[in-house]
Ligand binder design. Structure first.
Ligand code: GAL
Length: 385
């Protein structure tokens, strides 16, 4: 039974390892084949998966994001419904209805959610902040944050903000900046009928450019290396999804030695994404795949996996007390905050649209042409809505 993910290295591999261990214990007659392709956010895995699906050689289950990304696979006829699995697991009594809606088309449910991640988080090294006399409390908005970065520079901190060269990590930063400038309602409307030419989008583009001017231009290929810059004191901040907390944990960093907060200006909004697992059409071992889906969706599986992964359970009946401090705060925020959808991680827009946005972000990261960037974003919306 082959399971395809991009959780191939570091703390992500440890998270998947928890599920693998439980699967082997609970289903000793199944074999588990790990088909993992490294690269954060599926940056390499998705192309490989597409080729395998197009060649009628699907894995028995693969990782897909709840929301627009999953609808791509459903519309392409690549997934089988798994209503029976979800029902058996407890259905809407244990999974939030809003989340089920993101994986349902015409009454059919097409995946089993394993976890919920938060995108709009800044990971902070307080010892680096101290060099500029800055305390732990988070700046209220982007302008205050930029002012702090200026102080860090003046105090001799070469790289206030760590950013990786992988284009998705730059989009990841940009979606937080966009949310901060627009607020949740205007941000969410961008994916339906909102105006990408609005002055707030231009302001976000300008601030994104300013933030990049405080960032490293190389030296970190993907998110683990950028988060490590913060862990190792080579940068003060990294905006990254909360899988980053698992990186701190896997490197045995004590909770007292790092800090985190929502990206400045986004407090009160949970920028959402969720991983889920599928049953592809043509899976060679559908029974094994269903065993896997049952484990992924079980309370026991969700507890073990999410503690290691930095995420929170998709199920609502897993005790918060079993989790580290960060995840407890994320659970509270997920329950009480406004929800916005991540662009980078498949929740807000389908793959073609996010690819166009990524291209625009990458171009902007090198040419810093604000008007060109905003017009490329508006064109992408027009082409993909
Ligand atoms: C996201 C995924 C997360 C994490 C992250 C970094 O797309 O949903 O679980 O793996 O990429 O690779």
């Amino acid at each position: 039974m082959g399971v395809f993910t991009w959780w191939a290295e570091g703390s992500e591999k440890l998270g998947l390892g928890e599920l693998e261990k439980l699967f082997k214990e609970e289903y000793p007659n199944d074999t588990f084949v790990k088909l993992a392709v490294a690269g954060g956010a599926g940056s390499n895995a998705k192309a490989r998966l597409e080729a395998d699906l197009n060649n009628n050689n699907p894995p028995d289950s693969f990782q897909g994001h709840a929301g627009a990304e999953l609808f791509d696979y459903i519309q392409a006829g690549q997934l089988q419904p798994v209503n029976d699995v979800i029902e058996g697991l407890g259905g809407s009594a244990v999974f939030p209805q809003d989340l089920l809606d993101l994986i349902t088309v015409d009454g059919n449910i097409y995946s089993v959610p394993s976890n919920v991640h938060r995108s709009n988080m800044v990971w902070v090294n307080p010892a680096v902040l101290e060099k500029a006399g800055l305390g732990k409390e988070a700046p209220a908005d982007l302008d205050a944050w930029i002012a702090d970065m200026e102080k860090l520079k003046a105090a001799g901190v070469e790289t206030p903000l760590a950013v990786a060269t992988a284009p998705w990590t730059q989009l990841h930063l940009f979606e937080s900046v966009l949310l901060s400038e627009l607020g949740a309602d205007q941000y969410n409307a961008l994916f339906t009928d909102g105006d990408w030419n609005a002055p707030e989008v231009k302001a976000a583009a300008e601030k994104f450019g300013t933030l990049l001017s405080y960032a490293n231009t190389g030296g970190a290929d993907d998110w683990p290396a950028a988060t490590d810059m913060v862990i190792d004191g080579r940068a003060a901040y990294n905006v990254m999804g909360d899988w980053a907390v698992a990186q701190f944990a896997s490197r045995d960093i004590a909770e007292a030695d790092y800090a985190y907060s929502p990206t400045p200006g986004t407090d009160g909004t949970f920028l959402f994404l969720a991983d889920s697992f599928t049953l592809p059409v043509g899976a060679k071992n559908p029974d094994g795949a269903k065993d896997w889906l049952n484990l992924v969706g079980s309370a026991e599986g969700q507890q073990a996996f999410n503690i290691a992964k930095g995420s929170i359970p998709a199920r609502t009946d897993v005790p918060a007390s079993a989790f580290p401090t960060y995840q407890q705060s994320a659970m509270e925020s997920f329950t009480n905050d406004t929800i916005a959808s991540s662009i980078t991680h498949g929740a807000a827009v389908e793959t073609a649209w996010s690819a166009d946005i990524t291209t625009a972000v990458s171009r902007f990261a090198s040419d810093r042409n604000v008007d060109g960037f905003v017009s490329a974003l508006a064109t992408a919306a027009q082409a993909n809505r």
